[in-house]
Write a protein that binds this ligand. Structure first.
Ligand SMILES: NC(=O)c1ccc[n+]([C@@H]2O[C@H](COP(=O)([O-])OP(=O)(O)OC[C@H]3O[C@@H](n4cnc5c(N)ncnc54)[C@H](O)[C@@H]3O)[C@@H](O)[C@H]2O)c1
Length: 353
């Protein structure tokens, strides 16, 4: 099998965990922590980073292997990364940096590069978008750049691109695959919450109300203090849970506060209230604590391998199974088990998309 040549937009905590993870699995050769050691013949170590874009002065101009450990990134360091030979280039700022991020990010004064030309000359197969929540124009800019460079696009954040009919058509017309939106962590709040709701509904419990409150101390949570930037994130997370029930229920789901000393630890509180046989009451009150960014990287390496398989097979447009399995707001929402089965069928070549 060949390599999977990946370009990154936004060298933040998620990019850090992804880059570290690729080197970790390449070096260790031990599949512990991976849902799928091999997908369609590709291992995590087959991912190769070929281009990266950011706007932060501390990251632009640095080798990717150094930039991932620069502040304000604060995820855990679980793997040393050598120099990658990829210099982080400056992309356009657009709406990438909101009111709160401005307080912790100093803009690079380097010249903006031509992103399409950079993508072409890097011979990237896939561009993965890790821009902050609320970067609507920024995310569309990178999606359009992928289209113009003739490469695939993976949207890890909650601007609705892979799940939008207009963008699906644009990628299909160019013969390119697209997957997204908003990566669903390996064992995070969304997959846990949706699986619990599905279980209760399957077991005949009437769910009367549920909430999911999330707190963290990284720039993702700092940025999400800005309610205007948050609408798509709330919709993405809520829609994933809502889709598990055939009836409406009061739901309140989303990022809830920024607690600086938590750094990249994310804490999630899930509450569910319902009734079962004879109207007897039931409550679930659950706390989940995870390190947020490795949680997303474990799934992005599956998405990247799924998209590379599509490229190899000449499949274009929205990847239904890859997106349903790896993302919170896919083109078609599915229960976790069904999404996983379809993803594996796609990887084995038994399903077209
Ligand atoms: N488990 C998870 O961590 C998880 C799960 C789902 C979705 N996401 C989403 O993934 C995205 C990335 O998360 P993160 O934790 O890495 O965030 P982050 O804040 O650590 O990183 C964002 C990066 O984008 C850069 N950036 C801002 N504007 C830019 C621009 N115009 N061009 C290029 N780079 C720009 C920032 O400088 C920063 O390096 C967020 O939208 C987040 O909500 C993360």
């Amino acid at each position: 099998m060949g390599r999977i040549r990946v370009a990154i937009a936004g060298v933040g905590n998620c990019a850090s965990a992804l880059v570290q993870g690729v080197y970790y699995y390449r070096e260790k050769g031990d599949p512990v922590g991976l849902a799928h050691p091999i997908v369609g013949g590709y291992g995590p170590g087959d991912i190769e980073f070929v281009a990266a874009f950011d706007i932060n002065k501390r990251k632009v101009g640095r080798d990717l292997g150094e930039a991932i450990f620069e502040k304000p990134n604060n995820t855990i360091r679980f793997q040393d990364v050598p120099k990658t030979g990829v210099t982080v280039k400056k992309g356009p700022v657009l709406d990438g940096v909101g009111r709160y991020l401005k307080e912790v990010i100093e803009f690079s004064d380097e010249r903006e590069v031509d992103v399409v030309e950079e993508l072409k000359s890097s011979k990237a197969d896939i561009l993965v978008n890790y821009l902050p929540v609320g970067s609507e124009n920024g995310s569309r800019f990178y999606a359009k750049s992928a289209l113009e460079a003739g490469i695939a696009f993976v949207n890890a954040m909650p601007t609705f691109i892979a799940s939008s009919a207009e963008w699906q058509t644009r990628f299909a017309e160019k013969g390119l695959p697209i997957a997204g939106d908003d990566v669903m962590s390996q064992l995070g709040a969304t997959v846990l919450h949706k699986t619990l709701i599905k279980l209760l509904v399957d077991r005949g419990v009437k769910v009367d109300e549920s909430y999911q409150l999330n707190i963290g101390g990284d720039t993702d949570f700092l940025n999400m203090l800005e309610q205007q930037r948050l609408a798509s994130k709330r919709e993405s997370k809520t829609s994933a849970v809502r889709a598990m029930s055939p009836y409406e229920m009061p739901l309140r789901i989303g990022p809830s506060d920024y607690v600086p000393f938590l750094e990249n630890e994310k804490i999630c509180y899930i509450w569910i209230k319902g009734r079962y046989f004879g109207g007897a009451p039931l409550t679930i009150d659950l706390k989940l604590s995870v390190i947020d960014s490795p949680n997303s990287a474990g799934v992005i390496i599956d998405a990247l391998r799924g998209v590379k398989i599509a490229l190899d097979r000449g499949v274009s447009g929205p990847l239904i199974s890859v997106s349903a399995y790896c993302f919170k707001h896919p083109p078609v929402q599915m229960p976790y088990e069904e999404a996983k089965q379809r993803f594996l069928e796609f990887a084995r070549g038994e399903r077209e998309r």
